[in-house]
Design a protein around this ligand. Sequence first.
Ligand code: PMV
Length: 312
Amino acid sequence: MSNLAAGAAPGKVILFGEHAVVYGRPAVAAALEHGLGASAEPDDDGPTLRIPGWGKNGMVVRLAAPNKAFDAIARAYAAALDAAELGRPPVCLTLDGELPLGVGLGSSAAFAVAILRALADFRGRPFSPAELLEAAALVETVFHGTPSGLDHTVVADGGCLRFQKDAEPAFTPVKLPAPVPLVVAWTLRQGSTRDVVGGLRARRDAHPAPYDRLFDLMAHTAEAGIAALEAGDHAALGALFDINHGLLNACGVSNLENERMVRVARDAGALGAKLTGAGMGGAVIAVVPERPARVVGALRDAGFSAFATRVG
Ligand code: PMV
């Protein structure tokens, strides 16, 4: 069977400012070289969605015969078909790529944007950039309730963005002189983003003054990080990753696995490392301009998943 249509989208990492962004401070996020691709084929039993790389044995979701285990994926797929005004067409979309599910690397935003691009290709009419963002927000809402918009904006845009929720404009581009060489490592998460954000909210409400100081320090670190990114200064970027990681640890969102990943990456030659996203497991990023294979190998030897990539 030949492909009818295709679409792709990168994953994302938060370089600076996760958690503090919830309290109005700036965050910086960038698109990854790694991502997801979607291709469409005719399928009389469709609409069907196949994701061979997710779940224990891959996922097959048929909208006509719902499987409770993949309910959120099915609802998100239905939302994408509705946003593309396609009804329930006889197609099977296959989603492939190197992005793990649910560790904070933007898998749900990449899911949304790759599928929407493939569906737009299938119907023969692309989304405008504004339509794509609006449709991706609808699909992301199925997974996240009230997404900030950071993930799907970075994933659809493909660059590096500063985000601050009450600023006008909320998104501003960060201009990188060259893509930034990172190693990404990950492990399972303890609890959802919602749980980790809720836990921090409770600690902050009990002790607002010190937490608000930590968020202010994260804001300073993010602004210094933007200067390092725009100057292409990898040593400064690494030092600022280390500072931001220490502040996230002080907020109580880094677990033993995050600490181990950060330590292994630094010991193997990374210029700096931090957790990225919600924390309590999930993903860690390290600045590694030279010999990334050594850092990736050390992380894999320690039992983690890892790849070398570039962002922006
Ligand atoms: O791990 P992720 O990609 O879900 O990122 C969460 C980022 C937080 O700042 C912790 C929460 C948020 O809504 O911004």
